[in-house]
Design a protein around this ligand. Structure first.
Ligand code: 4SX
Ligand code: FE2
Length: 353
């Protein structure tokens, strides 16, 4: 008989990520000059950054280090008391747990740091320093203005197991991708009333697939592309711009100087009612990941960032044993159906590759 877990902490939303980069100045250009994130604080080796609608100290920490990696994902919990619940919950899960004092991370109060059952370094906090909210500081917004952090995307070998773990934390599924045999390739899960705070991507993990910032308008995403073209750094555009099938958001994937994937994503849709319906996509539907049926570049399936443990050591990855999406759609997308039973037309990109 399995012992019931204690009450989980009340997670409000994804709140910040800490990335390790190998060249802080190169990363500073990318995150401030290109993306326009606001520098809340800067030290010799660390940047604390926030987007325009954010009033907590930061939503992204970029720290110089020897190995490019994700140092942690952080979720905000509703009350200080939720830290006790987090500590008890993760000790019951028998994973590494640390309670750290306020200020361990500049601008963040007392926190509970864990290596979650999926192998990711995760922090839970409530208290954080308030700073100026630039919502209407149009005098400093660039044409590519970014409003806030929207979600994390994690690569994990067993999506159903990861889904069950996050459901234990009170997350709900908004959309997922499956096949006719019931293999689950990806799932999107939320606490805040949008499509996701975390997405589960089936693959060798734990690895970070991307972190995403939201922006209000497609024109802001298009400006980021034009800006990269103007400075001859269009190779930092990995995928898009385009319209997602899942989430319906207009999207762009960029690679920072270390190859960390950053998505810029217009707002998706409201999921806050208790009977929000789940959308399940067929992995062979060519419009699931790009509504216009454009191919997903192979690197988007293959590449992801190393994650660290609580002592800063890179974690080994576990291979996915279920079918891999890039295989079942026969290489990059474009080799899936547009209309399910329409044999006459064949694949959108034909047999070009
Ligand atoms: O490519 S998908 O349409 O499946 C997609 C949907 C939402 C996301 O945030 C994402 O990264 C990818
Ligand atoms: Fe995303």
């Amino acid at each position: 008989m399995t012992t019931a877990l204690p009450t989980p902490p009340d997670v409000i939303r994804c709140a910040y990520a800490e990335l390790v980069v190998t060249d802080l100045q190169a990363s500073k250009w990318f995150y401030t000059e290109l993306l326009g994130l606001v520098v809340t604080h800067e030290t010799e080796d660390t940047l604390y950054l926030r987007a325009f609608e954010e009033y907590l100290h930061h939503s992204l920490v970029v720290r110089q280090g020897p190995v490019a990696a994700l140092a942690k994902f952080a979720y905000r919990v509703r009350t200080p008391g939720d830290l006790d619940l987090a500590e008890e919950y993760y000790r019951a899960l028998d994973v590494p747990v640390r309670r750290v004092p306020a200020g361990t991370t500049r601008g963040i109060g007392e926190a509970v740091q864990v290596v979650d059952p999926l192998g990711f370094p995760v922090e839970f906090f409530h208290e954080a320093e308030h700073v100026e909210r630039f919502t209407q500081r149009y005098d400093v917004h660039g044409a590519g203005a970014i409003s806030r952090l929207d979600h994390f995307n994690v690569v994990t070998p067993d999506v159903p197991a990861a889904r069950a773990y996050y459901e234990g934390l009170g997350f709900k599924v908004s959309e997922d991708i499956e096949d006719e045999r019931g293999t689950v390739y990806a799932a999107w899960m939320y606490r805040k009333p949008t499509v996701h705070d975390v997405a589960l991507t089936g693959g060798d993990g734990p690895r970070m697939h991307h972190i995403a910032f939201a922006t209000h308008e497609r024109s802001q995403i298009l400006h980021l592309c034009d800006h990269l073209g103007a400075v001859r750094r269009s190779d930092q555009i990995e995928r898009g711009p385009g319209r997602h099938g899942v989430s319906n958001a207009f999207y762009l994937y960029l690679l920072d100087p270390d190859g960390h994937r950053i998505e810029i994503y217009t707002h998706d849709y409201y999921t806050g009612d208790p009977d929000n319906p789940v959308i399940t996509w067929d992995v062979h539907d060519n419009q699931r990941r790009d509504w216009w049926g454009n191919p997903v570049v192979p690197s988007w399936y293959a590449n992801a960032s190393t994650v660290l443990d609580l002592d800063g050591n890179p974690r080994a990855v576990v291979e996915r044993t279920d079918d891999r999406e890039a295989d079942v759609t026969i290489g990059a997308d474009g080799f899936s159906y547009t209309r399910k039973d329409d044999e006459a037309v064949g694949f959108k990109v034909g047999h070009q590759v």
